[in-house]
Design a protein around this ligand. Structure first.
Ligand code: BG6
Length: 487
């Protein structure tokens, strides 16, 4: 079994987990800059000062965020470590990093542009020229190596000034700022970039760091989401006008979801839970809210703030492809309390060291579901295994567990494409070079084909070193997947 020659094989990263250089070239502070390091036992926090100037911290579990206290403002403290400030210093090492990815034969690289590098407060009318230079360099390196860029315009963060001044995505003003930011990107990179993602994991983000909203209640959240839908649709329409042939997606966190039993109530619960994510894809891919939206919002006590003309904006900006991350599956029943991820244990599946169920068949299932539902090409833009890697005495890293995980998932993907007939543009593995974990803020939760010498507190040489999986994946790509079936 083999994929077609134009299949896109690559890797994906995000700026606040990878780039660092948080104060260089005029970059403004971004909402993720206030997140500390952490671990499963001691969750990372957003640090802030209270209205009367006291230190405060808010556990920033990505998937269960909390509201900031009234009058609180995010604040940086010297005795805390903030991983995004340095990340793994891709900013100063991008040439070496991209050469390593090209060395594997990758033909696409997904990366995010940091809004506050281009518009430091989000409110400026003209972009920050110095902020473009880093991305000019990335585009040039990709071209040199014959790789396609896949750009995430908004990866879970925004200029903190927009959060403070307008409450982030709560405000329609943020839509205008976002569209101005998109226009600047399209003007600069429109001739060099075909594939764009308007938002990352838009069905999973909530709260200050990801949406710039001080509150996390449903009313605030779903209104902010409506504004993000409008922003995405306006960006898509503008992008199509400015860059004929460009293709737009948005990215969804899509774990496959199973009912715990065949009890009809559990199966129906599964349908309703599924719709919590489909709410996002249905609206953005079709260009209108699904029929169940009214019930979903009513059950959450939400009255959506809409304006005349919103429907037309959504309709004019439907997405071209459906992209998603897939790390795991979940189980639900009428008793389950869960967010986008989490749920009941699945006795049939093994877990990653971070407790995520490993389910390659779930990926094939999901791809079929999405293709059947939308009939738009898919793009798997994140999939991978977070694990602890050990550097052996001879300096090698024998990550056979990662090879096994990827092999099973890539086989499932190929079966969805070749056997089931699903259309899929490509696969970008998260994350080809070790970087900071989003949910825990750790470095030791490593995903890469390439090891980075750095610990949870930012100590280390930052030297890059290919792992065993690097050479394995290189062969997989060279054979367009055929090697997966030869072993
Ligand atoms: C997705 C995000 O949620 O999953 C990435 O788009 C993130 O930013 C990835 O890093 C893996 O999650 P984690 O928490 O293991 O880093």
């Amino acid at each position: 079994m083999q994929l077609s020659n134009n299949f896109l094989w690559g890797g994906a990263t995000a700026d606040f987990q990878f780039d660092g250089a948080y104060q260089e070239d005029g970059r403004g502070l971004s909402t993720h800059d206030f997140e500390t390091d952490g671990s499963v036992q001691h969750p990372r926090c957003n640090t802030f000062k209270t209205a009367d100037g006291q230190f405060g911290e808010l556990p920033s579990s990505f998937f269960a965020p909390d509201s900031l206290p009234d009058g609180a403002e995010p604040c940086l403290y010297e005795d805390r470590y903030y991983p995004s400030h340095k990340a793994v210093d891709h900013y100063h090492r991008y040439k070496e990093d991209i050469a390593l990815l090209a060395g594997m034969g990758m033909n696409v690289y997904r990366f995010s542009i940091c809004w506050s590098r281009i518009f430091p407060t989000g409110d400026e009318l003209e972009p920050n020229e110095a902020g473009f230079r880093f991305y000019d360099g990335i585009f040039a390196e990709l071209e040199k190596h014959g790789m396609q860029p896949l750009v995430t315009i908004h990866h879970d963060e925004l200029p903190v000034a927009l959060a403070l001044k307008y409450d982030g995505w709560s405000s329609r003003h943020t839509i205008d700022c976002y569209v101005r930011y998109c226009k600047a990107l399209f003007e600069r990179y429109g001739k060099r970039c075909k594939y764009w993602l308007t938002f990352n994991e838009i069905n999973a983000v909530r709260g200050f760091a990801a949406c710039g909203t001080h509150k996390c209640d449903n009313q605030t959240h779903y209104n902010a989401v409506h504004n993000m839908f409008l922003a995405s649709a306006r960006a898509v329409k503008l992008g199509h006008e400015m860059m004929p042939g460009s293709m737009f997606g948005a990215m969804y966190a899509m774990s496959e979801l199973y009912p715990a039993t065949c009890k009809p109530e559990d199966v129906f619960t599964r349908l309703q839970k599924r719709r919590e994510s489909y709410y996002f894809i249905d609206t953005m891919a079709r260009g209108y809210y699904p029929s169940y939206a009214a019930d979903l919002l009513a059950r959450r006590g939400v009255t959506l703030h809409t304006e005349p003309g919103d429907d037309a904006i959504l309709a004019a900006g439907a997405l071209d492809y459906v992209s998603f991350s897939y790390y795991r599956s979940n189980v639900c029943s009428t008793e389950t309390r869960m967010n986008v991820i989490g749920g009941d244990p699945n006795p049939y599946l093994e877990l990653t060291p971070w407790g995520w169920p490993i389910d390659p068949l779930g990926l094939r299932f999901l791809m079929n579901e999405l293709w059947d539902r939308y009939q738009k090409p898919l793009f798997i833009v994140e999939n991978g295994l977070g694990a602890v890697d050990k550097v052996e005495e001879d300096g090698s890293i024998q990550d056979d567990y990662r090879i096994a995980f990827l092999k099973d998932h890539l086989r499932a993907m190929m079966e969805a494409i070749a056997t089931d007939g699903v259309q899929c543009l490509g696969y970008t593995m998260w994350a080809p070079i070790d970087l900071v974990s989003l949910s825990t803020g750790e470095m030791k939760k490593r995903y890469g084909f390439i090891y980075v010498d750095m610990d949870d507190k930012g100590n280390g040489t930052l030297e890059r070193k290919p792992k065993k999986s690097y050479y394995w994946m290189k062969d997989v790509i060279a054979s367009n997947g055929e090697k997966l079936w030869a072993e």
